[in-house]
Ligand binder design. Structure first.
Ligand SMILES: *Cc1c(COP(=O)(O)O)cnc(C)c1O
Length: 341
């Protein structure tokens, strides 16, 4: 049985959150002399530490309570705080699958937490038999599931994910950075069923705001309370909050751009399938395509010489390049360049 109190680090359990001036007075006033701010300028006031306006919007859009939402400085902060809340440095462990997003490993290293990396099967699905013994290991506190997975592009089977959620006593962090490009439902609809579930999403991909650094975690309010306790008080700047609110206020543009990327992906896949040096195109539910080529290092360098940068994933999956779907013109340039190699 999942018991949140049992898996939170004792120091975090005991921690009293920093109470900012804006936490202590939340109403509207006319004269603010409580935060040692400068009276001059336009960015002179501290940002809203609870990002209430963004949460109001997301709550309606995603049909979750505002107290089930955490806003982070990119989803990288959502990942880092998970380690800091649940994993005792030098003692506890976390688990993920390989190949996957590299930040889990870096963040684990920074926090002095061992990250166990279970190889995915040949079709890039999770090997549940191999995973089974880890589900009962007390020192394994977090399982990271990136779905759709970066760099492979596939989603994991729902039965497998639900089996893990039901049978693991630690927290399961499902990284849905690419979920908007997929036709699948987000696991954020299952928060009531799974108290150990954290779903992370981001404004960096489908929302086109990578420069703004805003990520989101959806979880039970008890988990969100822990995130709020541990985060730096003003973790999302005023400028970044405004950028997100502007995007959330224009959902039509979001849909148009997202659908255009999805359509362009299909066009790009067709064009790639006619190119001889492309040996395999993996199925993808994200805004990128993993392709196997004759010689990834050579082709990567030839593209660089053409001023086209792809991601060489040869060290993760033999002879594979990861290609982000760009604009119509950018994709055409890529195809032209590949044809001339
Ligand atoms: C791009 C990406 C993110 C986004 O991270 P941010 O810090 O929100 O920009 C998160 N997870 C995965 C798997 C990604 O590929």
């Amino acid at each position: 049985m999942f018991n949140l109190d049992k898996i939170v680090r004792p120091n975090i359990q005991k921690l009293k959150a920093y109470s900012s001036a804006r936490d202590e007075f939340k109403g509207a006033a006319e004269v603010y002399l409580d935060a040692n701010e400068n009276p001059f300028g336009t960015l002179n006031r501290y940002p809203d530490p609870r990002q209430i306006k963004i949460k109001e919007r997301l709550s309606v859009l995603k049909k979750v309570d505002e107290n089930q939402i955490f806003i982070g400085n990119g989803s990288d902060e959502v990942i880092d705080l998970a380690f800091r809340i649940f994993c005792e440095p030098g003692k506890d462990k976390a688990l993920t699958f390989s190949p996957t997003y590299g930040m889990y490993d870096v963040s684990a290293g920074i926090n002095d937490v061992e990250l166990i990396k279970q190889p995915l099967l040949n079709d890039f699905q999770i090997n549940l038999n191999q995973l089974q013994p880890y589900l009962d290991m007390e020192e394994v506190k977090i399982i990271f599931i990136c779905s759709p997975n970066n760099p492979t592009g596939n989603c994991f089977d729902d039965e497998t994910i639900e089996y893990i959620l039901e049978n693991f006593n630690g927290v399961v962090l499902i990284d849905e950075a690419y979920i908007d490009f997929s036709s699948r439902a987000s696991y954020s609809t299952k928060l009531e069923k799974y108290p150990n579930l954290i779903v992370s999403q981001t404004f960096s991909k489908a929302w086109g705001l990578a420069g703004a650094r805003v990520g989101v975690a959806y979880a039970n309010s008890a988990v969100i309370d822990l995130y709020n306790k541990v985060k730096p008080p003003y973790n999302v700047s005023t400028l970044n909050q405004e950028a997100v609110l502007k995007s959330l206020g224009n959902l039509d543009e979001f849909e148009i751009n997202k659908n255009s990327i999805i359509n362009e992906k299909e066009t790009l896949i067709k064009a790639l399938s006619d190119i001889k040096l492309v040996k395999k195109i993996y199925p993808t539910e994200a805004n990128f395509i993993l392709i196997e080529v004759t010689d990834a290092n050579v082709i990567y360098n030839k593209l660089v010489a053409d001023k086209i940068i792809t991601r060489n994933r040869n060290t993760l999956v033999d002879n594979c390049l990861r290609i982000t779907v760009g604009s119509i013109d950018e994709n055409k340039r890529l195809i032209t360049a590949l044809k001339s190699i």
